[in-house]
Design a binder for this molecule. Structure first.
Ligand code: IPE
Ligand code: MG
Length: 246
């Protein structure tokens, strides 16, 4: 247990996480990298549950990036099977829990069976009213922004939109995260201090939290630490807080 307590009245609404360190977790145990990915994948549901119990409304997880295709073929194949493994093992829990699963990213490069499982998970949870658990899978922020720009450009060419009327709201409404609340807290595990092409638009005023803990070891205690750190931050959104205005 933490010595400091979480303030349950100030829980971040939207948390995002860069899940990193699966390979190092396995290496430390003299196991193949896939063992790290296996444990990492099953940790998603657990951390989703902790977040949901605390009252977090949106949890957005970076699970496979547009650049991760460059990994060795065997590893990519293993990672692509993660949704199937999760669904096979946790189907009952997924059906019974109140989390809504959403997959965002490119959906044009998956093998058919992967796409089928993703659609199935999304479909059986689409009416759930609990936490929105977003899995970023073949996701890259540059791709997301490029896709948005193409749609906006097309609307301009089609005469549906005047270039002068393109506002930040128009851009937001063309991102995969359309309608999501602003990002409050971004957590990255495994001691790397990078954003790695994740939610570049959305992190504008997010608080950033980095921990050395490897993703498969990230548990409730680590989540508590991240939220306690977040609650100590002075969020000004570019302005000044009331007591500092004079
Ligand atoms: C994160 O763990 C999982 C994915 C990016 C799919 P890594 O596979 O990056 O693990 P490390 O960084 O090699 O330890
Ligand atoms: Mg890594």
């Amino acid at each position: 247990m933490q010595e400091e307590k979480i303030d349950l009245n100030r829980i971040p609404t939207h948390i995002a996480m860069i899940l990193d360190g699966n390979g190092r977790w396995a290496k430390k145990r003299m196991l193949p990298r896939t063992a790290g990915h296996r444990n990492g994948a099953f940790n998603i549901n657990k951390v989703g549950k902790y977040c949901s119990d605390l009252g977090v409304k949106y949890l957005t997880l970076f699970c496979f990036s547009t650049e991760n295709w460059n990994r060795p073929k065997d590893e990519v194949e293993y990672l692509m099977k993660a949704p199937t493994r999760i669904f096979k093992k946790l189907k009952k829990q997924i059906i019974e829990n109140n989390a809504k699963w959403v997959f965002i990213g490119r959906k044009d490069r998956f093998p058919n069976d992967v796409l089928k499982i993703i659609n199935e998970i999304e479909d059986i949870t689409k009416d759930k009213t609990g936490i929105v658990l977003t899995i970023c899978f073949d996701y890259g922020s540059h791709d997301e922004i490029t896709t948005a720009v193409k749609k906006i450009a097309k609307d301009c060419v089609d005469g549906k939109l005047e270039p002068d009327n393109i506002t930040p709201d128009v851009i937001e409404n063309n991102l995969f995260t359309k309608g999501y609340p602003k990002l409050d807290l971004l957590i990255r595990t495994s001691g790397e201090y990078r954003i790695s092409n994740f939610l570049l638009w959305q992190i504008a005023y997010a608080e950033l939290y980095f921990t050395d803990v490897l993703w498969p070891d990230f548990d409730k205690n680590e989540l508590d630490k991240a939220i306690i750190s977040y609650q100590k931050r002075d969020r000004r959104f570019g302005g000044l807080n009331d007591n500092k205005k004079n």
